[in-house]
Design a protein around this ligand. Structure first.
Ligand code: PMV
Length: 342
């Protein structure tokens, strides 16, 4: 992963006559990626959904406070760690600016904030792996440290959501919570409950094509605006799958859980959210013995997930996914296969 180098921050203003306390002070925040196991899109309309943290995909934000030029408003500059890293997109910086404004309002932090924000994110963007929410969460925690504020879970959630709503449009909040979770979660209407993990291995495959969650959410919204019955039916069927899947996790029923994933894929594909590449990856995973497979996240590209019963089978599936065109894969051991202390 790229290393952080605070010396890459832009400086704002001269140090002479610096009126700002805390200049040069650092705050660091961390979060991780996530995959949605089941229930994306339906969750925007109130259905429950399941998501899981992906701890090997990390986001770290380092904020260094600097002096504000005389008479200036807040000034934030953004830099990305690592020479080959993707730039922070204007949408992401808008989201982070919004986050800082909300942070000041919510925490009562007074005075101007002039700071360099260094984003070190190993989570690919536009792949449904939670990169925007993880960066926002890491930034909230970094600013909290910088300003010595203790934020409770709800305050962190609200701040991440403020930035996510800007990036995604209508946003359920599942990413905001899953990027800080340590276990699979069952999410519904802004709250989450932790679930036990299955003994198995989740394989995530990147189709190599980015998808815009904002466009996907908007496409679904327009479809449902024209057809309220289709919305009700989709939400009803996904809600039933999500409740069943949560029960499968509680009772260790991997096969049933996998079948529900595949059923959820069909519903998402019927809404036009899958792509030929993702469908090919789903077929390859199932042919290689995956217990279930589906697109994951916003769709129109991005990633798919599949469930293997044990690590050796996961390796076979990984090979078949690459043969079927996966750009990259991640293996997430769960339950007794998870290495503790990662
Ligand atoms: O960030 P993504 O691409 O995993 O999408 C989040 C899931 C959606 O249901 C599509 C949107 C939302 O806010 O819940």
């Amino acid at each position: 992963m790229a290393s952080t180098n605070p010396s890459t921050y832009a400086d704002h203003g001269s140090p002479e006559g610096d009126p700002d306390a805390g200049r040069g002070r650092l705050g660091v925040g961390r979060a991780h990626g996530k995959v949605i196991l089941l229930g994306e899109h339906a969750v925007v309309y109130g259905a429950p959904a399941l998501a899981m943290p992906v701890s090997q995909l990390t986001a770290t934000v380092t904020v260094r406070r600097c002096s504000c030029p005389d008479g200036s408003a807040d000034q934030l500059s953004f830099a990305v760690a690592g020479s080959g890293a993707a730039p922070v997109t204007p949408l992401a910086t808008d989201g982070l600016r919004r986050l800082v404004a909300e942070f000041k309002e919510k925490t009562g932090a007074v005075g101007r904030v002039c700071a360099g924000v260094l984003v070190d994110c190993a989570i690919p963007q536009g792949r449904g792996l939670g990169s925007s929410a993880a960066c926002a969460r890491a930034a909230v925690l970094a600013f909290a440290e910088l300003f010595d504020r203790r934020l409770d879970a709800k305050e962190v959630f609200d701040l991440v959501q403020a930035s996510e709503t800007l990036a995604h449009g209508r946003s359920s909040g599942i990413d905001a919570l899953a990027t800080g979770a340590t276990y699979p979660i069952l999410f519904r209407a802004g709250t989450a409950r932790e679930l036990p993990s299955l003994d198995g291995v989740c394989v995530i495959a990147d189709s190599g094509v980015g998808g815009s969650t904002k466009d996907a959410v908007e496409m679904v919204r327009r479809k449902f605006e024209r057809n309220a019955d289709a919305q009700a039916e989709f939400v009803r069927r996904v809600s039933s799958l999500a409740r069943g899947a949560a029960d499968d996790l509680a009772h260790g029923r991997s096969g049933d859980f996998g079948a529900r994933l595949t059923e959820n894929h069909r519903l998402l594909r019927d809404l036009g959210l899958s792509t030929d590449r993702i469908d090919a990856l789903v077929d390859a995973a199932l042919a290689a013995g995956g217990l279930g497979a589906k697109i994951s996240g916003g769709g129109l590209g991005g990633c798919m997930i599949t469930l293997a019963g044990e690590p050796r089978q996961a390796q076979d599936i990984v090979r078949r996914l690459h043969e079927a065109g996966a750009a990259q894969t991640w293996v997430v051991p769960m339950g007794r296969f998870a290495r503790h202390g990662d």
